[in-house]
Design a protein around this ligand. Structure first.
Ligand code: G4P
Length: 524
C-alpha cells in the first residue's frame, strides 16, 4: 500500500486558453508513452467557439471524457493528469477538478504574461495551499523580459517564485536555458523530436565552456542575470514548495518540446504524493486501510438513449475494489460497481482496484451529486468542494405546465452534475439559475428539452453576485433575513445567499449589517 501511494502523483495543468496547456499535455503524454503521436489530445480539445456553437461544445465534451483523466507512467511513477477545461464558461468544472489534485503546473505565455483565467485558477489552488510549479512557455517567440515576468507572477498571482531554469535570449535569439536545479546548460533546437534535450553539464558558471556554446555576449549576460537571480530569489526549498509557499519556475517551449523533460524530471522528484484530505469529521490519510473517496465531477452521457452518467471519484484512502459494496453517505445507501473505469493511456479500462491518488469513473444512474463522499460505512463528509458565486443569473420559467415534474427532475439532476447553480427566492419561491458563462443557459435549455422532455425559458435578472453569509448572533441573522427577504435565496443545500444587485448595494448591506460575514463561496 505504502509503495503504491509513493508511486503516484495526481496533478492538473492550469492556464489561460492558448498559453499552451494542450501542447504541454501532449508532450508529457509522449514522454510517458501514453500516446504515440502528437495531435491525439489536441483533436479532443474544446475549440474556441462562439456561444451559438454550444452543441459542438457538448459533442466535444462527450469525446473529452477520455481525456478528463490521463494517466501515464514516467520513471516508475504513475502520474494522473486531470484535465482542466480552459474555456471560461466551464470554469466551475475546473475549480472542482482542482480539488482532486495534489499539485498543479501553471503555464504562462511569455508574451502575454499573466492572464485573467490563470489568476482565477491560481487563486483556487492557493486557497488549498496546493503546491504549484510554473512553466513559462513559447520562449521561441519574442516576449516579456524574464525578470519583469516573474515580478508579474509574484504581483498578480501572489506566488513567491524561485527560478530553477533561466532563459538565454528569446525569440530568434533564443539559445536555450540554464538549468539551475541540475547545473546544466540545455541548448535549444527548434522542433527537435522526443528524447533527450542536448544538455551540457557546466558546474561552474564561470567556466569558459559557456562561451564556447552560447557566445561571448550571451555568456556575459547569462552570468550577470544569474547573479541577480541568486541574490533576488530565495534558494529553492522543497519543503516550502510542498506547503505551497514557493513555486519553482521553468522556461521552455512546449511546441518545440524544449524544457518539457526537465520540468517532468523535476516534477517526479519533488511533487507531492497523494495527500491527506479534510472531512467535516476528521482528517483522512491515504494509508488508511478502508476506502474513502469523493465525487468531483459528473459527466452526463450526451446520447439521450443512454441516460447514465459517469461520476469521477478521487480515491483518498484505502483500496477501491470492483464489485465491493460501498456506502454513499449523503443518501445512506450501499452501492456496488461492476464496471469501474480507470483512465490509463487516455482510454477507459475496467479496473479491479484503485489506490489513493487514482481517479475511478463510476457509472451512475442518478445517485451521485458533486461533492459526495463514498466510504466503507463511516459517515464522513469531504470538505473543499465549494460552490463559487455565479457571474450570470436568470429566472427559469416553465413553458409547458404539463411537464412540470420532468422540468423539476431535469433541473435537479443538471444541478447535481454541477452544470449551473440553482437558487430559490425566499419571498416568492421563484427559481434562479446562476452560471459562470452564458453558454450554460443554452446547454440547460437544450438538455431539459432533449433529455427530460421539458421546456423552459428565461427572464433576465441583472445581479452582481450571490454571496453566502453567516453570523454567530442568531438574532441578528434572523433579523437580517427578515429585513432583506426580497434579496435572499437558498442554494441547493438550503444555505442562504444574498443576491447583490451591484457592488454598491453589497457595500450598503455590509455597512448596515456589520455582524454578518459575507463570502463569495459556499464553504470557508
Ligand atoms: P491551450 O491548450 O492552453 O489553449 O493552448 P494550446 O496548447 O492549444 O496552444 C495554443 C497555441 O500556441 C497553438 O497554436 C500552439 O501550437 C501554440 N504553442 C504552444 N506552445 C508553443 C510554443 O512553445 N511556441 C510557440 N511559438 N507556439 C506554441 P495554434 O496556432 O492555436 O494551433 P496549431 O494549429 O499550431 O496547433
Amino acid at each position: 500500500m505504502a509503495e503504491q501511494i509513493q508511486a503516484r502523483r495526481t496533478f492538473g495543468i492550469i492556464s489561460h486558453p492558448d498559453a499552451g496547456k494542450t501542447t504541454l499535455t501532449e508532450k508529457l503524454l509522449l514522454f510517458g508513452g501514453a500516446i504515440q503521436i502528437a495531435g491525439a489530445v489536441k483533436s479532443n480539445k474544446i475549440k474556441k467557439t462562439t456561444t451559438s456553437d454550444f452543441m459542438e461544445i457538448e459533442r466535444q465534451r462527450g469525446i473529452s471524457v477520455a481525456t478528463s483523466v490521463m494517466a501515464f507512467e514516467y520513471r516508475d511513477i504513475l502520474i494522473n493528469l486531470l484535465d482542466t477545461p480552459g474555456h471560461q464558461d466551464f470554469a466551475e468544472d475546473t475549480f472542482r477538478t482542482l480539488t482532486a489534485v495534489d499539485s498543479a503546473v501553471v503555464v504562462i505565455d511569455v508574451a502575454k504574461g499573466v492572464e485573467t483565467q490563470t489568476e482565477k485558477l491560481v487563486e483556487v489552488c492557493r486557497m488549498r495551499d496546493t503546491p504549484m510549479m510554473v512553466f513559462i512557455n513559447k520562449l521561441d517567440r519574442e516576449g516579456k523580459d524574464a525578470f519583469d515576468l516573474l515580478d508579474e507572477v509574484e504581483g498578480k498571482l501572489k506566488l513567491k517564485v524561485t527560478p530553477l531554469s533561466w532563459p538565454i535570449g528569446m525569440g530568434s535569439r533564443f539559445q536555450g536555458v540554464y538549468n539551475l536545479y541540475e547545473q546544466k546548460l540545455n541548448l535549444f533546437k527548434p522542433h527537435h523530436k522526443q528524447g533527450e534535450d542536448e544538455t551540457i553539464i557546466i558546474d561552474d558558471i564561470k567556466s569558459k565552456e559557456l562561451e564556447k556554446h552560447i557566445g561571448e555576449s550571451a555568456a556575459k549576460e547569462l552570468r550577470d542575470e544569474l547573479e541577480t537571480v541568486t541574490t533576488v530569489y530565495p534558494k529553492f526549498d522543497v519543503k516550502k514548495y510542498l506547503d505551497g509557499s514557493i513555486s519553482p519556475v521553468f522556461f521552455g517551449s512546449a511546441v518545440n518540446n524544449f524544457g518539457v523533460k526537465e520540468l517532468l524530471d523535476c516534477f517526479v522528484e519533488i511533487s507531492p504524493q497523494p495527500m491527506p484530505r479534510m472531512t467535516e469529521e476528521r482528517v483522512v490519510v491515504p494509508e488508511e486501510k478502508k476506502f474513502t473517496g469523493f465525487v468531483f465531477k459528473i459527466h452526463a452521457n450526451i446520447d439521450p438513449r443512454h441516460r447514465d452518467r459517469i461520476a469521477f471519484v478521487r480515491v483518498v484512502s484505502g483500496v477501491f475494489e470492483r464489485n465491493k459494496s460501498y456506502h454513499l453517505v449523503r443518501q445512506d445507501k450501499n452501492l456496488k460497481f461492476s464496471n469501474p473505469y480507470s483512465f490509463m493511456a487516455a482510454k477507459k479500462e475496467v479496473v479491479d482496484e484503485a489506490y489513493p491518488g487514482d481517479i475511478v469513473g463510476l457509472y451512475d444512474s442518478g445517485n451521485f451529486k458533486i461533492g459526495d463522499t463514498i466510504t466503507e460505512g463511516e459517515d464522513l463528509h469531504f470538505k473543499g468542494i465549494p460552490s463559487f458565486s455565479p457571474e450570470q443569473f436568470r429566472y427559469i420559467l416553465n413553458t409547458n405546465p404539463l411537464k412540470t415534474k420532468q422540468l423539476n427532475k431535469g433541473i435537479e439532476q443538471l444541478m447535481d452534475e454541477g452544470v449551473a447553480q440553482l437558487f430559490i427566492k425566499e419571498d416568492s419561491g421563484r427559481k434562479i439559475i446562476g452560471t459562470v458563462g452564458a453558454l450554460q443557459f443554452e446547454v440547460i435549455q437544450y438538455r431539459l428539452e432533449h433529455e427530460y422532455g421539458a421546456s423552459c425559458s428565461y427572464e433576465p435578472l441583472p445581479l452582481h453576485k450571490a454571496l453566502w453569509f453567516k453570523c454567530d448572533d442568531t438574532a441578528a441573522l434572523n433579523e437580517f433575513i427578515q429585513r432583506r427577504k426580497k434579496d435572499i435565496a437558498q442554494d441547493k443545500d438550503g444555505k442562504y445567499v444574498l443576491l447583490a444587485e451591484s457592488p454598491w448595494t453589497l457595500r450598503m448591506v455590509q455597512e448596515s449589517h456589520p455582524k454578518i460575514e459575507f463570502r463569495y463561496k459556499s464553504e470557508e
